[in-house]
Design a protein around this ligand. Sequence first.
Ligand code: SAM
Length: 308
Amino acid sequence: MAFRLFGKKKLPAAQTTSRLTSLPQTIAQEDPIQSKEKIISGRRFLSNEDYVFPKDFPESERLNFQHFFLRSLLKGNYAAPFSVSARAILDVGCGTGIWVRELAQEFPNAHVTGVDLEVSTISASSLLNCHYVSANVVQGLPFPDQQFDFVHQRLLVAALPAKDWPRAVSELVRVTKKGGWVELVDAADAFVKTGPLTEKMMGWWRLAGAKTGFDASQLTRLDLFLLNAGLQSVKQEVVPVPLSWGGHVGDLMGKDMLAIFGNLRALVCTRLQLVSQKEFDQTLDALPTEWAAYQTQFHFFVAYGQKV
Ligand SMILES: C[S@@+](CC[C@H](N)C(=O)[O-])C[C@H]1O[C@@H](n2cnc3c(N)ncnc32)[C@H](O)[C@@H]1O
């Protein structure tokens, strides 16, 4: 299914057949890091990685909800104009694997691989043309050069410290075939028409970022990462979304943003102790009213480019 920027297209009907029956069935492999976890304030986190969001059931539910919301907002699962005859597709930081499974349905003649720090918790599926691999993109993807026709990475804003972005993007490019496409979809710290509570919350996130090496502001120019990694025909689109106003889409985005900020509670309040949990939660609870009053918007960024 192509692409929201070039018009609205119907989402594909589910297909469960594949000609690639010799490829592995969708099944999670062993996770070397599986036992390295910690519980903070009742949420589960990976203990040996930079990733600051929880890895637990409520977060998986949020990611799936966010996937459907984004698919609707962006009018499809991808933007890059890669060939419909693509045989190999990769999703890096695949989360619950939902994007992988949908692409495997849409491209039954392709094999779709999902990579994540943790894949043992991803639901198995009956699809024959996708599977998951445990790996850290910063340490290197476990694939040879030029393996994939399309490489996709979505929402690693809370996963990759600033210094690791160029290395991660160059890995995506390395495993892409000549003529293939790389797409980045992400969020930054890009709010428009903010009130004091949003600024307060963002101030905590920026301070936490400064202490842990994250810098979401650089993700407003995903296209520069692709250009610097040598891709051509690079395009970027900025997608504004209302927060808790503007109808259904604003309601959904507001709910997602509350959960996203909630994900930062452990980092901001417990790990770094930048603010008390009481003040954090009071601020969080008051955000939807402020967003509606200020008509605050949030921006997503979509960028893609071709390897030549
Ligand atoms: C916010 S989730 C996004 C999941 C999915 N891309 C989506 O859009 O629903 C980020 C995912 O990236 C994974 N991740 C974090 N750091 C990573 C790394 N260095 N290499 C591979 N995956 C990583 C996390 O485990 C998590 O599943």
